[in-house]
Design a protein around this ligand. Structure first.
Ligand code: MN
Length: 473
């Protein structure tokens, strides 16, 4: 019997707000001492009351829009109780009954749609580091604002799970709600996998793999779970509903604990925070200059930029914005997107080159020079790279190319004079005779001589054309 996998994904996104969700402490603890970014509000000392960070609400509205979701005008917070040293409150403040973000969908590069069930705001927990017989607690991350995005069970392969997580990462960065630094856990994925017989309408028992922090580990963990569960079912046994951990090193998931149910958390409305009521005007204001999303660019550049090139470029929101601002003629877009892709694929260069992009005037001029064959393809790339130099900011592209001495000689008169000069040289006599006797390939030697004489500025195809005309006369 064949089994059909169904995958649901919960994704936690750390919002890059200035302060924490309920206190005025710095939300960016990167490079800071453990427990140095903590307010008594974060660990709920008696008498401390949380106050909601308005910026987090604005971010949630933008995140929701990025996923084509409804924004709920009225939402509120709840307490989710659990006991663990990473949460001195004894509960997490989250949105269980009335989340701020309602139903929507995310479109994958393949065109498949994954529906979003809802997404809610909540505070993060602290971090435990384990050392043999003891553990250390760092509360810097407590109540960093998170959005937890809950998908519908619309994913049915490891590849689609990978693509969905990656697309979420892009969307959240396009919407500018997170740094999206996966290495530092800015986005974490919980993946639940179940298998059911292919002809069954019901979902099988699911196992959840928690805390994955790369697209690759999402893909590998799903692949592993599909294999593990298939084996269990084929042996006539039953999959246990449980939470499992993933190890990148072994490439395996291992059972951790049986899955809690909602009732175990004793959810109750948070008494210290009022409901969040948003007006239509407030929501519109947040979305006034909402940028284009990856799906918009796929539509816009369809048939102009090759699909795989575009997928590389889509990882860089600022770059896409720049491409989107260029004149829409396909020649410019095609050239500039290929140049960007070739720079980005030389990975060690990507970071430094992307901080400060050339302006659209420079890029259009570059495309124009290339189109007019004033620049060879090698020279075009050379000038392109030069445009990233801060000292070249705002400078005329033609002037830069001139300085580099790479403008091709297209002036027919000037080129003809050079060709005549080359043909007058005694050392080209033999090649000329050979060509006249039908030895086609010596034309390359003659073109080379013209290039040399012009110090590389001649357009080789035009030079060849002139040579042929003169030699066959
Ligand atoms: Mn959560």
């Amino acid at each position: 019997m064949k089994y059909f996998p169904t995958i649901g994904i919960e994704c936690h996104v750390q919002l890059s707000t200035k302060t924490k969700l309920f206190s005025e402490v710095d939300n960016d603890a990167r490079g800071k001492e453990p427990n140095s970014c903590v307010s008594p509000i974060d660990y709920a000392l008696p008498g401390m009351l949380p106050r909601l960070n308005g910026e987090a609400i604005k971010f949630a509205v933008r995140a929701g829009k990025a996923m084509n979701c409804e924004i709920n005008k009225s939402s509120r917070f709840d307490r989710k109780h659990y006991f663990y040293p990473d949460s001195p409150k004894g509960y997490q403040i989250t949105q269980f009954y009335h989340p701020i973000i309602g139903a929507g969908f995310v479109e994958l590069p393949s065109g498949e749609k994954v529906r979003i069930e809802h997404a809610h705001l909540e505070g993060d927990a602290g971090k435990l580091t384990h050392f043999g017989s003891y553990s250390l607690v760092d509360l810097n991350r407590v109540d960093t604002p998170l959005i937890e995005i809950v998908s519908m069970p619309d994913i049915h392969s490891a590849k689609a799970a990978h693509d969905y997580c990656k697309e979420l990462w892009r969307l959240m960065r396009y919407a500018k709600v997170t740094h999206g630094d996966l290495y530092n856990g800015n986005m974490r994925f919980d993946v639940n996998v179940s298998l059911a017989p292919e002809d069954s309408d019901e979902l099988g028992t699911r196992a959840e793999v928690k805390n994955l922090n790369s697209f690759r580990s999402v893909e590998r963990a799903v692949e592993y779970e599909i294999k593990r569960q298939t084996k269990i079912l084929e042996a006539g046994e039953r999959v246990i509903q449980e939470t499992r951990g993933w190890s990148d090193a072994t490439g395996e998931t291992t059972g951790q604990r049986s899955k809690e149910e909602a009732k175990d958390y004793r959810y109750m409305p948070e008494p210290d925070l009022p409901p969040v009521n948003l007006s239509a005007e407030f929501i519109d204001e947040q979305l006034a200059d909402f940028p284009l999303m990856p799906a918009d660019y796929r539509e816009k550049f369809k048939g102009i930029i090759a699909e795989d090139t575009l997928e590389v470029l889509l990882d860089y929101p600022e770059l896409m914005k720049k491409l989107g601002e260029l004149p829409t003629d396909p020649t410019t877009i095609k050239l500039v997107s290929n140049l960007f892709a070739s720079v980005l694929l030389a990975e060690e260069k990507s970071a430094e080159y992307l901080n400060d992009l050339p302006d659209k005037k420079q890029l259009s001029e570059l495309a124009e020079m290339n189109e007019k064959k004033e620049l060879s393809s090698t020279a075009t790339k050379e000038v392109f790279l030069r445009l990233f130099d801060p000292q070249m900011k705002g400078k005329d592209t033609k002037a830069i190319a001139k300085e580099l001495g790479v403008i091709q000689e297209n002036d027919l008169g000037a080129l003809e004079a050079i060709v005549d000069m080359v043909l007058a040289k005694p050392e080209t006599k033999k090649a000329q005779d050979d060509f006249k006797n039908g030895e086609e390939k010596v034309i390359g030697f003659l073109v080379g001589q013209v290039m040399k004489e012009s110090k590389g500025k001649a357009n080789p195809s035009v030079a060849q054309q002139i040579l042929r005309e003169k030699l066959t006369k």
